[in-house]
Design a protein around this ligand. Structure first.
Ligand code: ES4
Ligand code: ZN
Length: 319
């Protein structure tokens, strides 16, 4: 049942709420006395036919209703870290969406406390990246950061996710400046569905150190050259891009072109419970469908450590 063994790697683009498997949706609903609008696990899974990012986000946010207690967040992260251990993921930088939980009355301390306790108990090296929801207001993002300030030692950075088009990085200039003042690293989803201009804004206005997705950067040769020159990592998510319609088929994915341009590309799962696989299934799929060589796969795995927020000594241990 395990995929072919792949080299040790880091995962840098995974939303912990996107690791919520349908079985766990039902388990947590039962534990929390929540009635679900789905007949069965199979019925829920059958609803995972997405046409674009928004159609995915609608069900992703709806399923989060079952995450209520610190134990729920701990169990969610512990299950993901167990998968990491099985798949040779030695280090994970994990996104979470606190605004989606605060809005439902779940306090920041419950979310971070639960996630952190799973990280502290795991043999896999892992850290947390607090993501702002770009389809919420800049004020809401600032409030989330303020609520996270007592827990800064449990967070490595901030990110920007959710519905991209119409919500440019420029909307979040101030809150990213504040996060960087607090000593946090910064990343942002950009160029997933949005234009190359959003990638530039993320770099120039938010000061991000990595771009999540970034696939549409290829439309802009000058931007590609800049990403190459500045060695800005792109955390690419192949199965996600196909499920959300960026590419009709995996065989048409531009991952090989990104590598040929000399970009620092990594392979990641994004929302593995929704998109058909964890990081090894993504590696396996690009090997099969894009004909990547063993050498290229090794390079992608090494890139994941090069792009990680690790100090040089720990990075060298992994490489
Ligand atoms: C996401 Cl695939 C994707 N894109 C943007 N935001 C997200 N949040 C969770 N998954
Ligand atoms: Zn993502």
């Amino acid at each position: 049942m395990n995929a072919a063994p792949t080299p040790p790697k880091a995962e840098l683009h995974v939303h912990i709420e996107g690791t919520l498997e349908p079985e766990m949706v039902f388990d947590l609903a039962r534990r929390n006395g929540i009635e679900l609008p789905h007949e069965s696990v199979a019925d829920l899974r059958a609803k995972y036919r997405f046409s674009d990012l928004q159609s995915f986000l609608d069900i992703y946010y709806a399923n989060m209703a079952v995450l209520r207690t610190e134990a729920d967040f701990r169990d969610l992260a512990a299950a993901y870290l167990d998968r990491c251990a099985e798949q040779g993921v030695r280090h994970a930088e994990i996104f979470f969406d606190p605004q989606a939980h605060l809005k439902r009355g779940v306090p920041m301390e419950t979310v971070i406390g639960g996630l952190h306790s799973a990280l502290a108990d795991s043999d896999v090296s892992a850290s947390l990246i607090l993501c702002f929801l770009r389809d919420e207001s800049a004020e809401s993002a600032a409030e989330a950061l303020r609520l996270a300030e007592p827990f800064l030692d449990r967070i490595v950075g901030v990110g920007l996710d959710s519905a991209e088009v119409g919500h440019p990085p420029s909307k979040f200039t101030e809150v990213f400046a504040r996060a960087r003042e607090l000593g946090l690293r910064a990343v942002a989803h950009a160029g997933e569905e949005g234009p190359p201009e959003y990638v530039r804004e993320a770099l120039d206005l938010l000061g991000v150190q990595r771009i999540d997705h970034g696939i549409r950067a290829l439309e802009d040769p000058e931007l590609v050259e800049r990403l190459r020159r500045e060695r800005i990592p792109l955390t690419v998510c192949p199965l996600s891009n196909v499920r959300l319609g960026a590419f009709a088929e995996l065989s048409g994915h531009t991952l090989p072109a990104l590598l040929e341009h000399g970009l620092l590309v990594t392979v990641n799962s994004d929302d593995p419970a929704y998109f058909g696989g964890y990081v090894d299934e993504n590696f396996d799929a690009v090997r099969r469908e894009l004909g990547l060589s063993t050498e290229q796969l090794r390079e992608l795995a090494a890139n994941s450590f090069r792009a990680a927020f690790l100090d040089d000594r720990r990075r060298d241990e992994f490489l």
